[in-house]
Design a protein around this ligand. Structure first.
Ligand SMILES: *[C@@H]1O[C@H](CO)[C@@H](O)[C@H](O)[C@H]1NC(C)=O
Ligand SMILES: *[C@@H]1O[C@H](CO)[C@@H](O)[C@H](O)[C@H]1NC(C)=O
Ligand SMILES: *[C@@H]1O[C@H](CO)[C@@H](O)[C@H](O)[C@H]1NC(C)=O
Ligand SMILES: *[C@@H]1O[C@H](CO)[C@@H](O)[C@H](O)[C@H]1NC(C)=O
Ligand SMILES: *[C@@H]1O[C@H](CO)[C@@H](O)[C@H](O)[C@H]1NC(C)=O
Ligand SMILES: *[C@@H]1O[C@H](CO)[C@@H](O)[C@H](O)[C@H]1NC(C)=O
Ligand SMILES: *[C@@H]1O[C@H](CO)[C@@H](O)[C@H](O)[C@H]1NC(C)=O
Length: 414
């Protein structure tokens, strides 16, 4: 009797054990295994990978793993299993050692179009060898973020991108190899008008030379928060445009263009700006008021409304006249570069509100580098500044923030 009971008891305990462990396992894996990637999307990604060249085998997991939601750079919706995001940016930037090795190359297979729910596509910093951006990317209708920054694309930007009506973020910035491949360019920018929700636009180093109406087009994108048009071969920025619609703009970068005019008046009405980069242009005129800049009427001081400004770079232009007094009201300023202009006269009272930052004042013409020590209070810089310091020619660079007493060199070397 006892003998025949033994196997039954063992079986019973074994069953209990298995039940417990399987309960345990299903608890552990509930978050990961329940939703797997869709077969059709897995095939689309495999076809996409087949046309890529991946010398460092970054996408190894795409070959060994069944569930494409676990593949390197792939993010799925954890309820439906649809592929939502592709993060395939080169982990090394252009200047990192080995960046060419980790760059993806080759071609971009239209099978991506089977990822109907794709919201986020980042192929930045790879090296597609100067091929044009494929026009079918304009049919990835769910895209909210498209990052092709410095990915080695060339030629003309396809107008079809204007169909991406949900897009919030668009970077088509050319790589610095642009000059070697030939810059990317656009003939007309009208297609941008399809992107009515766009908040962040970066077309740096894309030639807009053939689009003299770039500002009129961009002026119809009222949601813009960041605009980067550095090195776009812009030569006209409509100084007389009166009403700007993108008044929520926080970052404006027009550096490294051929803008030969007064600083356009519309820029000064962007009262939310935190960062303004106009360096390396040919801006002329005086900074302290519009009247002198050739505008009619008793205009208020420039910069008066830009009270949020933290970063201001006007270096390497042809600005002249006295330093504008208005900097005294810019209590958020952390970086100010006015070097390589023709500004002159006493440096104005500058109040700086900061606990942490360092303040550097550099008068290049005198080869002076003065570091002020932090006091952490609002400080009147002019107290420490040599009373009638004239900084002609090379101008003045002030960045960082926080003040104290200057070193004695200030007095010695003028
Ligand atoms: C599913 O994704 C959402 C949003 O990405 C996240 O908040 C949530 O925690 C995830 N749930 C599980 C079980 O992973
Ligand atoms: C995309 O991949 C599929 C499957 O590998 C292939 O048949 C097709 O030729 C590719 N298309 C292009 C444009 O490379
Ligand atoms: C776009 O790509 C560049 C280069 O990888 C990166 O610096 C930037 O943060 C990316 N932007 C977004 C929103 O992912
Ligand atoms: C949008 O896509 C349609 C085809 O779906 C195409 O005919 C049209 O030219 C595209 N529009 C733009 C602005 O690219
Ligand atoms: C933008 O402003 C211009 C006037 O400068 C106006 O004609 C146009 O309707 C505005 N566009 C939008 C989308 O607000
Ligand atoms: C600053 O704002 C005031 C009030 O909104 C406006 O009248 C003035 O023209 C603005 N100044 C500049 C330089 O845009
Ligand atoms: C600084 O702000 C005060 C108060 O808003 C104003 O009266 C003064 O004119 C401003 N100074 C300059 C130089 O803009």
């Amino acid at each position: 009797m006892n003998r025949s009971m033994q196997p039954v008891a063992i079986l019973f305990f074994l069953l209990v054990f298995l039940t417990i462990t399987s309960i345990h396992f299903s608890f552990c894996n509930a978050n990961h295994d329940v939703v797997m990637c869709m077969e059709s999307e897995r095939q689309a990604l495999s076809a996409f990978k087949q046309d890529l060249v991946d010398p460092s085998n970054r996408l190894y997991s795409w070959e060994v793993e069944d569930d494409c939601c676990k593949w390197e750079g792939v993010v799925c919706n954890n309820l439906t299993g649809h592929v939502l995001e592709l993060h395939l940016q080169n982990p090394n930037t252009l200047f990192d050692f080995g960046s060419e090795v980790t760059a993806l190359r080759g071609e971009i297979n239209a099978s991506l179009l089977n990822l109907k729910h794709l919201k986020y596509l980042d192929l930045s910093l790879n090296d597609f060898g100067g091929i044009p951006i494929p026009s079918f990317i304009g049919s990835l209708a769910s895209l909210r973020c498209l990052n092709l920054s410095a990915a080695g694309f060339g030629g003309s930007i396809p107008h079809q991108l204007g169909n991406l009506s949900s897009l919030r973020f668009l970077s088509l910035k050319s790589s610095s190899f642009g000059l070697v491949f030939g810059l990317m360019d656009v003939d007309k920018l009208q297609w941008l008008l399809g992107l009515s929700h766009l908040e962040h636009l970066d077309l740096s180093y894309v030639s807009l030379f053939k689009e003299p109406n770039w500002l009129q087009v961009i002026n119809e994108l009222p949601s813009l928060v960041e605009l980067h048009l550095s090195g776009c071969q812009l030569d006209y920025a409509s100084p007389h445009l009166l009403d700007v619609n993108f008044t929520s703009l926080v970052v404006l970068d027009l550096s490294l263009n051929y803008l030969y005019s007064v600083i356009p008046r519309w820029i000064f009405s962007l009262s939310s700006l935190v960062s303004l980069d106009l360096r390396m242009n040919f801006f002329v005129g005086r900074l302290e008021g519009f009247r002198e800049n050739g505008f009619e009427g008793p205009f208020p001081k420039v910069f008066q409304n830009m009270t949020s400004l933290e970063f201001l770079d006007l270096s390497n232009n042809e600005l002249e006249g006295p330093f504008p007094k208005v900097f005294q009201n810019m209590t958020s300023l952390e970086f100010l570069d006015l070097s390589n202009n023709e500004l002159e006269g006493p440096f104005p009272v500058l109040q700086v509100k900061s606990n942490l930052l360092e303040f550097w004042v550099w008068a290049a013409s005198m080869q002076l580098l003065i570091c002020f020590v932090l006091l952490g209070k609002i400080v009147d810089l002019s107290i420490y500044w040599v009373a009638e310091m004239v900084v002609a020619g090379d101008g003045l660079l002030v960045y960082g923030c926080c003040l104290g007493s200057p070193s004695s060199d200030v007095y010695g070397s003028s």
